[in-house]
Design a protein around this ligand. Sequence first.
Ligand code: GDP
Ligand code: IMO
Ligand code: MG
Length: 421
Amino acid sequence: MPSTAILGLQWGDEGKGKLVDQLCSEHDVCVRFQGGGNAGHTVYPDGRKVVLHHLPTGVLHKQCLNILGPGMVIDPHKLLEEIDELAKLGYKLAGRLVLSDRASITTAIHTALDAAREGDSNKIGTTKRGIGPTYADRYDRIAVRACDLLDKQSLREALERALAVRGPQLGSGAPKAEELVEPLLKAGSKLRPYISDSALVLHEALKEERRVLYEGAQGALLDVAYGTYPFVTSSHTLANGITAGVGLQSGVERVIGVTKAYCTRVGEGPFPTELGKAESEVLREKGGEFGATTGRPRRVGHIDLFALRYVCKLSGVTELAVTKLDVLSNMGELKLGIGYEGHKDPGLPADIRKFAALKPVYKAMPGWAENLGKARKGSDLPKAARAYLRFIEEFVGVKIGVISVGPERESAFAVKGAPKG
Ligand code: GDP
Ligand code: IMO
Ligand code: MG
């Protein structure tokens, strides 16, 4: 059974959660493979707003088994809060959530380090969820892992190992191992039913030909290797993150890359097609562009097709999903980034100084005034919107497979390529 991945192609918040939610009804397993509570995926099952941070969006679908893979970083207290919130909404997870025993654990050490790093002049504008320091500990081989939450001695040893290195960085503010042990053990006892070797669970599911959906978090331009480094998150957000992030050869055939019809970014770092202040405010209000995790106003700009084309190659995107097309109604003439002045290279520069110096070249296209919220097929869209989509598809060289015109489940529809005419 071919598996599907849904990945962000910009700087996150492309509407991945909403599309995963829609596709979950035709999948049996939903898997997160990277990131952690920095994600904020907003969905409206039965009209109520739900924002998921750690949990895969498949938790909203009773038939779906949900996996938090070994590539993730988990804040156990926050995860438990999320599980409780969902239980209050009627979504019970017993028997359908698996947390990898190898996932790295975010503790107060990591959130304190994140906050301390963000205080200095090199700030990244992180979500302050401890993501970077937790991944740093993984690669420094001093991480606490989910399996450690199940055994007092292992947990104490893991915390002491981490604190021997990180404690001095935090100085007198460093938490003590003994303060952390009991709350983490308590969280571990609540999470115990979910913790196991998730790679084996996934292996079984694939063997039984169950339909698997991999839910990306963040976006391609936040990838730790190929994004706008150092203004990135600390995980592999591209398709190549899936295999390592779930612990086995994942065999994804359908890679749906999600892009907004425009572009946003939260936090610091260059954004070549960013709009000026006044124009930003209009689009931010229209699109409700405020962070789902931190509430920060998102920076907004024109769609950057050059960057999209590049990351589609890296992730082997097989179809595009274009979201928030409805937000562009009544915005007058629209601009699409098609390259940068004097930039001949087919890729994006690795050097952040060179990236920051890019001056976009735009293609201008007529906008439309019609409200798109009720569109349910390509031919419902005005001619100018169809032409806009066609230009995106032709420039990027990947067929559009989904168009989204509103936040609700039913307001995205499948198409076989950009609508004609
Ligand atoms: P994610 O992190 O990629 O899952 O995206 P977020 O949930 O952080 O941000 C996307 C926001 O746009 C959410 O508030 C969604 O409800 C909303 N959204 C998703 N698709 C559409 C769409 O097609 N039109 C509009 N107007 N809103 C959308
Ligand atoms: P979803 O899954 C948008 C950004 C932060 C910051 C950088 C590093 O909802 O698309 P981190 O806390 O990860 O160390 O922050 O990455 N960032 C996101 N931006 N959407 C997200 O997730 C993000 N997760 C992290 O704003 O610039
Ligand atoms: Mg988000």
